[in-house]
Design a protein around this ligand. Structure first.
Ligand SMILES: Nc1ncnc2c1ncn2[C@@H]1O[C@H](COP(=O)(O)OP(=O)(O)OP(=O)(O)O)[C@@H](O)[C@H]1O
Ligand SMILES: [Mg+2]
Length: 328
């Protein structure tokens, strides 16, 4: 794609922290007016990439252009066109919602006259008008996320970086956040988004880049990535963990790969290639012969979760490490 059509163009960026190669030469592109989903297991390098692209961290080598502006040569010009909502964005607890937005606006040197009106407009848009005069410390997690996003929009950025914008939100708040992000993109904003929730990438992202250990391991649309896994997946649910293991063993011979057991969702998934309904019938027989009762059994297309698992060997769910690091 020609450079003038790209909001973000990343070329061979590397970054190490001591012995850790957080990024070992990544390339990616965000076409203008689209959402790129950056996926990867914990520690893959997503936040490092976002911090570099938002000028918070210098790359060791490589280049990037944001709206055509060279990141390394002109970081201060890049800052004028971007917004960042992050895992660690600072909201001042003692300030009210409106004061927080005014503070950010002053950092961007926005004229006083327009700033208050802009803050009110954003508070309204994010359903925070009633809470505008309350200290941010009284806000719920969902309200804080919305305030954080509002703050990143004060300067009307052309390119928005969202690092796990909905982690820890309840399903309803998450869907609300998705609507806001879609509206922004419809209005011409370009977005680079990291997420641990693959249904979020499925819902929002025009393009997806999967990274693992600092390297791009796959890219394409959600549908292209699913086609790469190919074939069908049998999925069934067994609440009891011991029975679930026996069930996985009973059907393992029908799969093209080993079955996957998930103790969070209590399910077993098995990739069966093109075997389809025949494999499903065989699976019912095998489970019956092993005297295992399952809840919900079906055949489906691979999900983005299956893609992620087959690419990285990890599940995409936030793990206990992330909890320990206080990222949730
Ligand atoms: N400031 C730092 N000092 C040392 N190591 C770091 C630093 N920041 C990141 N790392 C390391 O770089 C690697 C990539 O981390 P990064 O935070 O970019 O991962 P991530 O993909 O955002 O993970 P998560 O899904 O957990 O948010 C990890 O091994 C991490 O420990
Ligand atoms: Mg991160």
């Amino acid at each position: 794609m020609p450079s003038q059509d790209l909001a973000v163009e990343v070329c061979n960026i590397t970054k190490s922290f001591g012995a850790v190669n957080a990024l070992s030469g990544i390339d990616m592109e965000v076409p203008k007016g689209t959402i790129l989903g950056l996926l990867g297991p914990n520690g893959a390098g997503k936040t490092t990439a976002v911090r570099i692209l938002t000028t918070l961290l210098k790359p060791d080598s490589g280049t990037a252009r944001i709206e055509g502006i060279d990141l390394v040569r002109s970081p201060e010009r890049v800052r004028e066109v971007i917004g960042l909502t992050g895992q660690a964005m600072a909201i001042r607890d003692e300030l009210t919602g409106k004061e927080n937005l005014m503070m950010v606006g002053r950092l961007f040197h926005l004229p006083k006259k327009t700033l208050a009106a802009r803050a009110d407009e954003l508070l309204e848009r994010f359903g925070l008008t009633d809470a505008a005069q309350r200290a941010a410390k009284t806000y719920s997690g969902g309200m804080r996320r919305r305030l954080d996003l509002a703050a990143s929009l004060i300067s009307r950025p052309k390119v928005l970086f969202l690092d796990e914008p909905t982690t820890g939100l309840d399903p309803r708040s998450r869907i609300g956040m998705w609507e806001v992000i879609k509206e922004l993109v419809a209005g011409g904003t370009s977005v680079l988004l990291t997420t641990q929730y693959l249904e979020e990438a499925d819902e929002l992202a025009d393009g997806i880049v999967v990274i693992d250990r600092g390297t791009v391991i796959a890219l394409g649309t959600s549908s292209e990535l699913k086609d790469r896994v190919g074939g069908n997946v049998i999925e069934f649910f067994v609440p009891d963990s011991e029975a679930r293991e026996r069930a996985a063993l009973a059907v393992a011979h029908l799969g093209t790969h080993l079955p996957t057991l998930d103790s969070t969702n209590n399910n077993v998934t098995l990739r069966v290639g093109s075997a389809g309904s025949k494999a499903l019938v065989e699976a019912v027989r095998a489970l019956d012969a092993a005297d295992i009762t399952v809840e919900e059994l079906g055949l489906r297309r691979p999900s983005l979760d299956d893609v992620f698992l087959s690419l990285t060997g990890h599940e995409a769910k936030p793990d206990s490490e992330a909890l320990k690091e206080g990222q949730l």
